[in-house]
Ligand binder design. Structure first.
Ligand SMILES: [Zn+2]
Ligand SMILES: [Zn+2]
Length: 168
């Protein structure tokens, strides 16, 4: 996804609106796989101020993933923002300790990489279908969100069970 910045860089305009859809099927992050339900929506602008050129876009990403605990597939929506200073890739004047820098090359701003990194940073650490998902019973495998089982007792380590007998 390429945004042509030439009119902004040449000071013909002071802002360029961005309204784009990034159509990718999947995001693989470490062991996680996010299946995108809809193209990633990117809306906002690049603009010029006395202090330089900047970008500010809202990103909406709706994805499907499997819950870590109950393994069921669920859908989640992330709404996040990519915002920072635009600088030419070869420009070493700025360092990114102070602010978020987004590089362009020549007249071209390639949005795919910064958009995807922004989404990754906004993801919840754990893939859970809901807060406090009870998960599957490790013994009988039923979904503890829906049913109860009597496996708790059988779940005790055999050595501890021996000990338990002594105290009963
Ligand atoms: Zn779950
Ligand atoms: Zn069980």
């Amino acid at each position: 996804m390429r945004i042509n910045l030439s009119r902004l860089l040449d000071k013909i305009v002071y802002k360029i609106d961005i309204s784009e859809k990034m159509d990718i099927n999947k995001l693989e992050i470490g062991k996680r796989t996010l299946e995108l339900v809809e193209p990633i929506d990117i809306k906002g602008q690049v603009f010029k101020t006395d202090d330089g050129n900047f970008i500010h876009v809202d990103i909406t990403c709706e994805y499907k993933e499997n819950c870590d605990r109950c393994l069921k597939s669920f859908t989640n929506k992330i709404e996040t923002v990519l915002s920072g200073r635009l600088i030419e890739k070869s420009n070493k004047k700025f360092n990114d300790d102070d602010e978020i820098l987004i590089h362009y090359q020549g007249d071209n701003l390639f949005l795919e990489e910064p958009v995807i990194s922004t989404i990754i940073l906004s993801l919840p650490m754990k893939s859970l279908c809901k807060d406090g998902c009870e998960g599957l019973c490790p013994v009988c495998g039923i979904d503890r969100n829906k049913e109860e089982c009597d496996c708790e007792d059988n779940n005790i380590d055999p050595r501890l069970a021996k000990l338990k007998e002594l105290f009963d």
